[in-house]
Design a binder for this molecule. Sequence first.
Ligand SMILES: Nc1nc2c(c(=O)[nH]1)N[C@H]1C(S)=C(S)[C@@H](COP(=O)(O)O)O[C@H]1N2
Ligand SMILES: [Mo]
Length: 410
Amino acid sequence: MQDQIAGGGILHRRSLLKAAGAGVAAGFLVPVRATEDWMTHAGEVQSEYGSPSKFARLKREQIGGHTFGPEAGSSSSPLQDLNGTITPNSLHFERHHSGIPAIDPSKHKLTIFGDVARTLQFNYEDLLSYPMETHLYFLECSGNSRRNSLARPLDLSAGSLNGLLSGSEWTGVPLHYLLDEAGVKNESRWIIAEGADAAGLTRSVPIKMALDNVMVALYQNGEPLRPAQGYPMRLFVPGCEGNISVKWLQSLKVQKTPGYTRDETAKYTDLLENGKAKMFSLKMGVKSVITSPSGKMQLRRKGVYEISGLAWSGNGAVRAVEVSADGGKSWAEAIFQSEPRPLALTRFRIPWRWHGQKAVLQSRATDDKGNVQPSRDSAIAGYSLAGFYHYNGMQSWGVSEQGMVKNVFV
Ligand SMILES: Nc1nc2c(c(=O)[nH]1)N[C@H]1C(S)=C(S)[C@@H](COP(=O)(O)O)O[C@H]1N2
Ligand SMILES: [Mo]
């Protein structure tokens, strides 16, 4: 096994190509014939708005158990069925506290008020005429993967467990343009953002962040925001917990202190074991997850597989991802399939040979600030498990001798 570079069957980066080579060459020997139904008659006509192949069977997984009913629910991106780093808009994860409002943009306004030289009000058309910026960013709910902090591992898919995470190209108006125009007073430190949904979700954003890379997002992956993502406009705070990217944004109040709103006191604080709570822990930690092979999958043949996954960090860009197939005893550095960018999803891969052995697949990301993704034990140490947020421990997938892949704790 000269290609093996770490325990449990992790292979050198070129191994998969070599293994694939034989199969691809054989493929050319099969002649193409018009025997299939779809080659015998014309297909569907073109459409106004496209939809995926019915064979691709893509769907968001619904996450139940929300106390206040289905409108206070969420759905997760099917990470195991996607590749690349962009989540299609139709599969972007959703988290709504009071359902999706149907906002008519001609009746919606964004007001900037408080400690400013002048109160400003913008309508949708006004904002469309500002210069915009476009960036690739991830969005992750701080409750993502929280079920891995429970006592026992749940047998769920990668998307079900870790899919309150999506990656998009976000386009919008840099918030500092609007704040400059309003004239923020010197002693101001916080901006309180409020949504126009029935929940009136309200969060405080440090002004330093607001003047740095925060935007009022209007487009997602090239099209106007979907209602579920905040149409007609949302605040987008890169690298931070999803909750602070207030959807259906209707007001920004500039002030000296945080708002200490319901949404950042009763919830979205990190409760510690000693009964104290950390507030405003906004940045998402460095994290990664193997999306294939992953939970609920079945390996159907012995041979070489491509391990593929996503890595990201709220502190900057991902610098490296290591992969283990023997539960963390040995590691090898994965290859980046996509260019690592700050505050965006990065796709990694590495070949792996499975000959029927038991294995535990894990990935561990390091960001360019030197933060290393913790093990599950260190990720939960010191926190109260009642109401856990910001879980960024390593995801472990156990592979049985029969090829069943399952969420495990090691
Ligand atoms: N107004 C408003 N903004 C909101 C929410 C909400 O319920 N209402 N949910 C928040 C939470 S908890 C998250 S994780 C993200 C989810 O964004 P998405 O639904 O576009 O994925 O939006 C945030 N912004
Ligand atoms: Mo969230």
